[in-house]
Ligand binder design. Structure first.
Ligand SMILES: Nc1nc2c(ncn2[C@@H]2O[C@H](COP(=O)(O)OP(=O)(O)OP(=O)(O)O)[C@@H](O)[C@H]2O)c(=O)[nH]1
Ligand SMILES: [Mg+2]
Length: 467
């Protein structure tokens, strides 16, 4: 019985292939700090031969293979008797390392050439160049972290705001992983009840059926829906709220971008049609990342480039969370001012408040700002924050899923909905079992864990099967 269930939870082929690659145990090396000049740079070597590679390139009082684990020493890196740099080299022996393998870290001087030479020396000494993310991939394959934690490492590196950082940290600590595991455990439990009813219909083992089984399924479906609801917040945490600055040419859109950024990013000029391409920059408004897009002004033009700019503006508008509609208060109201309302948040900004107001704007309820004199910009920030909160775009919870998690969870939920329909239609439990297994596979993809047997063992013990 265990076999029949466990056999259907194979690891996805990609994970299996990667695990096979990892068991070949080749030693990888890479520069772990960003390219460019800095005081120091870090080169990481991981794998069975990592310490061997270090022995071949390092000279100091002791050989790295004689260092106690988790210690570092000062020494020199040589390549074929040519000194490359003076370094600090640390040795971390398996299993208590980031990747779960032997890990060596070389801190050298942060010049581009020096760093490249140290890496080259590692490669010549037997390591191979690591693929992007391969250190974290090995950590996952060696059971050091689940997939959500490996993804959190990436989020942590890319975090652009305090909230995003907190979220990535919580994910790294495994909070999302444990929510997913709770859902899996509940699914397995439900499946166990269904399987028990199929395999032992005659025995007195009383698995849940009817309403009780339905309640189990409902509870796990609700948990999935709750997690799916965090997807939008996840997108905002990782990518920022998309705020598109749009309006007629010359209204001061690029000036607004520059003011909000705090430096002159976009070209500003009195010539209409200055901005042709969309310009994107991220600001951090009290911990909330906001992706600002400055766009080409909207006007009919014969200029092909300007028309392409307008097409891009329209495209940006379609995917915006927040619209900053900038208008020149000194100019008449444009004919196309009243766009059909959308469900996006729109703030109308009458710019150039240092100039006199055109009569068209009289009694018009809109924020008045001056990008030139820097008036009203604090009020604008407040208004943006208030509207973000009202529209629940502000990420409140630090637990938020990403696009991949959403895809897996949606598939899992679809399968659960099918299981529910199957049960309601009074079909044989075998059909429901098929749907539940599909749901389990999809949920398992999130953390990359597929070992169901253990949990099943403890569950079936509760059924007292074979008594
Ligand atoms: N008096 C006054 N002039 C402003 C203000 N803001 C912008 N300007 C001027 O308006 C002109 C157009 O500004 P931009 O920021 O280039 O306007 P834009 O909307 O990006 O224009 P396009 O990219 O051509 O569509 C420039 O000469 C700015 O100096 C303001 O608050 N007051
Ligand atoms: Mg512009």
């Amino acid at each position: 019985m265990h076999r029949s269930i466990a056999g259907s939870f194979e690891q996805p082929a990609s994970v299996r292939e990667a695990a096979e690659r990892a068991t070949s145990r080749d030693t990888i090396a890479a520069i772990s700090t960003p390219t460019g000049e800095g005081a120091i740079a870090l080169i990481r070597i991981s794998g069975e031969d990592a310490i061997g590679v270090a022995d071949r390139i390092y000279r100091g009082k002791e050989k790295p293979s004689d260092f106690p684990s988790h210690t570092q020493r000062l020494g020199e890196i040589f390549e074929a008797d040519r000194l490359i740099d003076q370094v600090m080299l640390s040795v971390h022996r398996t299993p208590a390392t980031y990747t779960g393998e032997d890990l060596v870290e070389v801190s050298c001087h942060g010049g581009i050439l020096v760093t490249a030479r140290v890496l080259e020396a590692c490669l010549r000494a037997g390591a191979r160049s690591a693929r992007p993310g391969e250190f974290s991939e090995r950590a996952f394959l060696n059971g050091k972290m689940d997939l959500t934690q490996a993804e959190a490492v990436m989020d942590l590196i890319r975090a652009q705001s305090d909230l995003a950082l907190r979220s990535a940290n919580e994910q790294l600590e495994g909070r999302l992983g444990s929510e997913i595991r709770a859902i899996r455990a509940q699914l397995i439990e439900t499946l166990a009840h269904v399987e028990a009813a199929i395999d032992f219909p005659e025995e007195d083992i009383a698995p849940d059926e009817g309403d009780r089984l339905c309640a189990r399924l409902d509870s796990v479906r609700q948990k999935m829906r709750d997690l799916l609801a965090t997807a939008e917040q996840g997108r905002i945490l990782r990518e920022g709220i998309r705020a598109v600055i749009y309006g007629p040419t010359n209204a001061g859109k690029s000036s607004l971008l520059n003011r909000l950024l705090g430096y002159d990013r976009a070209i500003v000029s009195e010539r209409p049609g200055t901005t042709r391409d969309t310009i994107e920059e991220v600001i951090n408004l009290r911990g909330i990342p906001i992706r600002l897009l400055d766009t080409a002004g909207l006007r009919d033009s014969r200029d092909e480039l300007e028309r392409e700019g307008t097409v891009r503006t329209e495209r940006s508008l379609a995917t915006a969370d927040l619209l900053l509609h900038v208008l020149d208060r000194n100019a008449p109201k444009p004919a196309e001012f009243n766009r059909p309302s959308t469900d996006q948040i729109e703030l109308v900004l009458l710019n150039k408040s240092d100039l006199s107001e055109h009569s068209d704007w009289k009694h018009h309820d809109a924020l008045r700002i001056s990008c030139l004199k820097e008036n009203g910009l604090h009020g604008l920030e407040e208004a943006i924050l208030a509207r973000i909160s009202e529209n629940h775009l502000r990420p409140e919870s630090a637990l938020a899923i990403n696009a991949r998690h959403r895809d897996c969870l949606r598939r899992a939920l679809d399968s659960c909905e099918l299981a529910h329909a199957t049960m309601k239609a009074g079909l044989a439990p075998e059909y429901m079992a098929v749907d539940l297994r599909a749901a389990l596979r999809a949920v398992g993809e999130i953390t990359g864990a597929e070992n169901v047997e253990e949990i099943l063992d403890s569950l079936f013990a509760q059924f007292c099967i074979g008594k």
